[in-house]
Design a protein around this ligand. Structure first.
Ligand SMILES: Cc1cc2nc3c(=O)[nH]c(=O)nc-3n(C[C@H](O)[C@H](O)[C@H](O)COP(=O)(O)OP(=O)(O)OC[C@H]3O[C@@H](n4cnc5c(N)ncnc54)[C@H](O)[C@@H]3O)c2cc1C
Length: 389
């Protein structure tokens, strides 16, 4: 018996991952696919800013609002500035992304979009049943981006609060993204400020902690005010936008829920444990899925990151959790001693064998080896997370 399917592909959730896949499937080469996109939100506003190294292209270039040819790490007495030819760090404000992606999706007659509908999906032997509101449809396969709360209870959490601010005085260097400025109070966790200037008057300034469970950092706004005062001599600024996040740094990898129901995005473990970045991994995974669908192949489940990457991330997280006071030294050494393009490939999950050597050689030897040995004794705890490509 063949069961009639209403759709070929359903996507649950239209955030970064759902829209990234749907926007690719909106291309005319996919017009023979019937695609369903269901999202619980009714309206969208800017709720985050995605930043990443632009190693590969993606369909959302028109939404990029700022880019930097240099990136820096600073700590007391240390200021490391990096650059690599033709490589930029870029930012996309989520409202620009949502607008662009919805324009693509709405222009595709083969995609049915339902906003304001909370969806559930249940796989059976012949497909997936997707239910939202009073509607229930069948689809041959489904990609599920609905958030889960799966993370290892003992893992670090990246806690951050950011303000996009405008100052009266021109204080920022618009050519340099300050990735980690450790010149702020260090108390029980790695703590730094992240500064993305879009002009010399305007920047996204983010107070960030790699916090153990149970640590509640002081108020982010107070920390940002204090940072602006001590670093730039700025007492007053206008706040244009605010964002907050709590990203588990040890996410659980889920390659599949069933044969026809595949998790996608952060829900599938796309977050890189050591950084909290997920944008690049999500774009790369959506490229692969679109390629499989175009070739008429059944989409392959995501592969776990290589054991070496998992091990290196685990060593770093173990060190940061146990000895957060070493964080400024570790990150400054990493960015100072590692060739920038090799480090970016490593962070973007496209490392070559020599890049692993370059990264391992760049970080302080003694604490890293101690952490690696400690972990070798507890090998079962190495995280399992998504790979790309
Ligand atoms: C504030 C913030 C800043 C970040 N900055 C960066 C960054 O700079 N660089 C980077 O690489 N990563 C960043 N990340 C991490 C990651 O890239 C983002 O979390 C990204 O949005 C994850 O995409 P996603 O599609 O997996 O999840 P989301 O974008 O959260 O999308 C999930 C969607 O599912 C919808 N949904 C939920 N339940 C249902 C339901 N029952 N039915 C239908 N729909 C449902 C939600 O409304 C949402 O739209 C950031 C995260 C946050 C929170």
């Amino acid at each position: 018996m063949t069961v009639r399917q209403d759709y070929d592909v359903a996507i649950l959730g239209a955030g970064l991952a759902g829209l990234s896949l749907a926007a690719r499937l909106a291309a005319t080469c996919f017009s023979s696919l019937r695609v369903l996109l269901v999202e619980s939100r009714v309206a969208y506003a800017r709720d985050r800013t995605w930043s990443y190294w632009a190693l590969d292209s993606h369909p959302f270039q028109a939404a990029v609002s700022a880019s930097w040819e240099r990136w820096a790490v600073a700590a007391d007495g240390i200021h490391v500035v990096c650059a690599a030819e033709d490589l930029r760090y870029e930012s996309i404000p989520s409202d620009a992304f949502y607008r662009l992606a919805f324009d693509m999706v709405r222009a595709a007659p083969h995609i049915d979009l339902h906003l304001g509908a909370s969806a559930i999906a249940v796989e059976d032997t012949s497909g997936v049943q997707v239910t939202f509101g009073s509607t229930s449809v069948r689809t041959a396969m489904a990609f599920d981006t609905r958030p889960t709360n799966r993370a290892r209870a003992h893992g670090l959490i990246q806690l951050f609060g950011g303000l996009e601010i405008e100052t009266d005085k021109p204080v920022f260097d618009a050519g340099t993204a300050m990735l980690m400025d450790f010149r702020c109070a260090q108390a029980g966790a790695a703590h730094f400020t992240y500064v993305l200037p879009s002009s010399n008057h305007r920047a996204l300034v983010e107070d960030t902690w790699f916090a153990p469970p149970g640590l509640h950092p002081p108020d982010h706004v107070t920390a940002i005010r204090s940072y602006m005062r001590s670093r730039y001599g700025v007492e007053r600024f206008a706040t244009l936008f605010e964002e907050q996040g709590a990203l588990p740094m040890d996410p659980v990898f889920r390659p599949r829920v069933g044969q026809r129901l595949l998790p996608l995005g952060v829900a599938g473990g796309a977050t890189r444990p050591s950084t909290g970045y997920a944008f690049h991994a999500i774009q790369s995974r959506c490229d692969d899925l679109a390629q499989d669908l175009l070739a008429g192949r059944w989409p392959r489940p995501a592969r776990a990151r290589p054991a070496l990457v998992r091990m290196m991330d685990r060593v770093l997280l173990d060190l940061l959790g146990r000895q957060p006071e070493l964080a400024p030294r570790i990150f400054a050494a990493l960015f100072k001693n590692c060739e920038p393009r090799a480090l970016v490939r490593f962070l973007n999950d496209s490392a070559r064998p020599t890049d692993f050597v370059a990264v391992a050689a760049a970080i302080p030897f003694a604490p890293t080896v101690t952490a690696a040995l400690r972990l070798a004794m507890r090998r079962k705890e190495w995280p399992n997370s998504i790979t790309v490509g």
